[in-house]
Structures are given as structure tokens and as C-alpha cells.
Design a protein around this ligand. Structure first.
Ligand code: GDP
Length: 461
């Protein structure tokens, strides 16, 4: 166990009303006390706040408030101190310097959280959810991260592991009594359990799509011929959102994404600003570029200008862009310019030519007609995913992979049971599944299997 006392700036690096430096480790109180003028911090009660000054030798660096947290009821479970100072980056640097001079060391990235995990206060998935919570930028991602922090995923996983562990224990026991040809583990019950676990794993795995949508936002590509009304629609959609427009530098090429929030869900409108600068889009970017954009999208919003008459290019474009996992919304635009009979006709043209399922919305971006319908349709895409699983949502790629590996091994166990394979192999597959599930919460150890056997059976009796 790492015994160093660590320190770091806990607030954002920059000027602020207040900055907070966090200190954690056995010597926290002693070290801070050496540089603090005020009460004797080694003698005060836990969870109390004290006024005073941080000094370097005899020179006062800043007037501060110091919070004292005694082990074990602290974030890291170690003795911890929080120093609130006047939020200057220079003062932060000076205070950290004196802390280090007096025996603390700079914390590594994530080291406070790592200590909380190593000391058993939180499991791995909870540690990860803290990072997610800090990164959350919308209502849905905040909620999911908070749910995970409260132990949402860990609970589900521990529940699955607990059941598997029981059977593994019984199977291991059979191995110990191999010569006596006994069967402690009821194979039918094992099968039923495996089925239940499989269903659970699949639902957790499926929730990843939603998890991904709320963590990274749902990607929407707005495509259409030049003058179809893309930028006008974009402006109508982003009307109240202009303040949070953001640019994201991509790795292969710069893509510009504008973020739209609908009912707490984030949507990333891909590359739309880039599009607006291009006069003649179809010629300039061609089908290839449009495909590139749609490739990374979850939803394609295709705009067809209802005031025109020939839709063969639009239909060809849509057909070349469609994928199984792409939701298609076709919008007839500029309906303020045409009669209802005309845009009904437009709908029938698309319905006739495009075999895949799609939503058809008639909009006028200039008159703000039915823009809300489009927003509703976008948000129902995400809401629909949400309603397909329970409260627990997988947002983490590592969990997703471990769950998939678990599912593979659970299926192998099922095969093993039905093909009456040797008990050794069955035990091997069960241990694999346990290990992958344990990877998520960071709780896997072989000793656990043994411990479980001993806690349930008195072998020596
Ligand atoms: P883009 O090339 O697809 O981005 O198309 P724009 O958004 O620049 O629009 C092209 C032209 O169509 C502009 O003159 C817009 O004012 C007009 N326009 C866009 N949407 C509508 C609409 O809903 N109704 C009407 N009447 N005109 C529109």
C-alpha cells in the first residue's frame, strides 16, 4: 500500500473566487499543521473547518479555511485535508510547493480516486463513474453516472456473480470428490440460472447503445441538395442553443459539430457548419463525402425541397446512404411555399421509391412549422432505446467488452452443460465468466471461489 501523503489542486486550474487543494495520507494533519497558523490541526475534531493562514517560514502566503477529515470516513478513507484559498493559480502553486517541502508529494492523475478504490471504499465501476460524472454535460449523462456511482452497475454485476459463484463452488466441490461420482450442482437448476444470466447480460449489453448515446451524444447528419434548406433548419434547431455551439477537432480531418439538447439528451449535428460554407454541396463534396458523414451518424435527416418537382437525385442519394442501423427521417422542406396536396404528393413519391422504414415530416424552417415534430422524433429515438432496458445503463467500453466476454463464456457453459462435458471443463468455463464479470468491479480473485466454498460447507467436518 502506498503510504505517501499526496496533494493536488482539486479545483480547475485558473482564476476563481476560491481554489481548493486536497491533501490525503497518514501525515496530512501533521504536514498541513506545520504550515498553518491558527488552531492546532492535530487536535481538532474530524469534519470541522478552521480559519487561519498558510505560511512559508514566517511569510504568510494566503488567508485560508482548512477542512479536516479523519480516517476512515473520507473520500480516500485516509486522513484528508482540504485547503480553501483565494483562487489564484499562483497561490495554488505556492501552497503546493510548501506542502511538498514539508513532506507531501504531488498526486498522480486520478490518485485520490485510485486510493478510494484500493482502500475498498468504492469499486472499479464506481471509480470510473466519478470520471463520467465530472465529464457529464447533459441531464442524461449526469443521471447515469450518478446511478453508477451509487453502485448501480456494481449491484447488477455482483448479483450475477453471486449466483455464478454459488454454482462454481458446487462444481469445484464435485472436482474434490471426483472419485465418488457425486453431483452437487443440479444441472437443470444450473441451466435455468445460466438462462437468467444470459438474458441479463444481453440487456446490459444492449443498454450500451443508449449509454453511448447519452455519453457521447447521438450523431445526426443533415443532408440534402444545395438550397434544400439545411442551414436554415440548423438555425431553427439551434435557436436557443447558440451559446453552446462547439468545435471539435477530429483526428483524421477537422469536423465541426454543433450540439443540440432535446429533453436532456445531447445530439451532435455532424459537420453542418462545414456544409454551410460550401455553395454547391452535391458537386463539391459529392456522394463520397456525404457518405463519410453519414457513416458516423445514428440518424440521417434528409431534406427534400418540396417546392421542386424532380426527386430522383434525392432518392438515389438516400439509397446510397442507407444502412440497417441508421434511422432515416425525410423532411419535406419549405412547405410554406406549397399547397398541402403538393407535399402529400412528395411523401408518396418517397414512400414508393424507398423500401426502408422512415419518418416523414413536413417542415418550414423559416416559419418554424413542425420543427418541434422533428425534435420529438429525434428525442424519441433516444427515449425508445432507454425504454428497452432497466435503470442500469452501460456507458463504458471496458464494461461492454467484459460483458460480451462474459456472455460468450456463459454460452460456452451452457454448451458444456448440454453436451455433458467434463466437470473440469465446466468449472473452467464458469471461472472464466466469473473473471470477466469481476473485471468490471475489479473484485476478481481466485481466493474468492475458495472462500465461498468454505463459507457454505464445512469440508473438514
Ligand atoms: P442549404 O443550401 O441546404 O443550406 O439551404 P439554405 O438553408 O441556405 O436555404 C436555401 C434557400 O431556401 C434560402 O433562401 C432560404 O431562405 C430558403 N429556405 C430555407 N428553408 C425554407 C423554408 O422552410 N421556407 C421557405 N420559404 N424558404 C426556405
Amino acid at each position: 500500500m502506498n503510504q505517501d501523503t499526496i496533494c493536488a489542486l482539486a479545483t480547475a486550474n485558473g482564476i476563481g473566487a476560491i481554489g481548493i487543494i486536497r491533501v490525503s495520507g497518514e501525515r496530512s494533519f501533521e504536514i498541513v499543521n506545520k504550515i498553518f497558523e491558527g488552531k492546532n490541526l492535530e487536535k481538532v475534531d474530524s469534519h470541522t473547518v478552521h480559519y487561519g493562514f498558510i505560511k512559508e517560514e514566517n511569510e504568510v502566503i494566503d488567508e485560508v479555511m482548512v477542512s479536516i477529515f479523519q480516517a476512515p470516513k473520507t473520500f480516500t478513507t485516509e486522513n484528508s485535508v482540504e485547503i480553501s484559498f483565494h483562487g489564484s493559480p499562483y497561490i495554488a502553486k505556492k501552497i503546493l510547493e510548501v506542502l511538498i517541502k514539508n513532506g507531501a508529494r504531488m498526486a498522480k492523475a486520478g490518485e485520490f480516486t485510485m486510493r478510494a478504490f484500493m482502500n475498498g471504499r468504492i469499486d472499479l465501476s464506481q471509480a470510473e463513474s466519478i470520471a463520467d460524472l465530472i465529464a457529464s454535460d447533459n441531464e442524461a449523462s449526469r443521471k447515469v453516472a450518478l446511478n453508477q456511482l451509487k453502485g448501480g452497475i456494481s449491484k447488477e454485476i455482483s448479483f450475477l456473480r453471486g449466483d455464478l459463484l454459488n454454482f462454481t463452488s458446487l462444481i469445484e466441490l464435485e472436482l474434490d470428490f471426483a472419485e465418488e461420482d457425486v453431483e452437487f450442482a443440479d444441472r437443470t437448476a444450473l441451466n435455468q440460472l445460466l438462462n437468467r444470466i444470459e438474458v441479463k447480460l444481453i440487456s446490459l449489453i444492449d443498454s450500451f447503445q443508449y449509454g453511448n448515446a447519452i455519453k457521447n451524444g447521438t450523431a445526426v447528419a443533415i443532408i440534402g441538395k444545395p438550397n434544400a434548406g439545411k442551414s436554415t433548419l440548423l438555425n431553427a434547431l439551434l435557436k436557443e442553443e447558440r451559446a453552446i455551439v462547439s468545435s471539435i477537432a477530429g483526428t483524421t480531418r477537422d469536423t465541426i459539430e454543433e450540439i443540440l439538447h432535446i429533453k436532456g439528451n445531447a445530439f451532435r449535428l455532424i459537420d453542418t457548419a462545414g456544409l454551410r460554407e460550401t455553395e454547391d454541396e452535391i458537386e463539391a463534396i459529392g456522394v463520397k463525402k456525404a457518405k463519410e458523414k453519414v457513416d458516423t451518424a445514428d440518424i440521417l435527416v434528409y431534406l427534400a425541397d418540396a417546392s421542386t418537382t424532380d426527386f430522383s437525385d434525392d432518392i438515389a442519394m438516400i439509397k446510397s446512404l442507407l444502412r440497417d442501423d441508421l434511422k432515416l427521417i425525410i423532411c419535406a422542406t419549405k412547405i410554406d411555399e406549397v399547397l398541402p396536396t403538393k407535399y402529400d404528393l412528395v411523401e408518396s413519391v418517397f414512400r414508393k421509391e424507398i423500401a426502408s422504414e422512415f419518418d416523414f415530416i413536413k417542415i418550414s424552417a423559416v416559419e418554424n412549422q413542425n420543427i418541434q415534430d422533428l425534435k420529438n422524433e429525434l428525442s424519441s429515438f433516444v427515449e425508445h432505446m432507454k425504454s428497452e432496458e432497466g435503470n442500469v445503463v452501460i456507458t463504458n467500453q471496458r464494461h461492454f467488452e467484459a460483458l460480451n466476454k462474459s456472455l460468450d463464456s456463459v454460452r460456452k457453459v451452457e454448451e458444456a452443460v448440454s453436451s455433458q462435458i467434463t466437470t473440469e471443463l465446466l468449472a473452467y468455463e464458469l471461472r472464466n465468466a466469473l473473471e470477466y464479470l469481476g473485471e468490471i468491479s475489479g473484485e476478481f480473485s481466485n481466493d474468492e471461489v475458495l472462500g465461498n466454498i468454505f463459507s457454505k460447507f464445512c469440508i473438514g467436518k
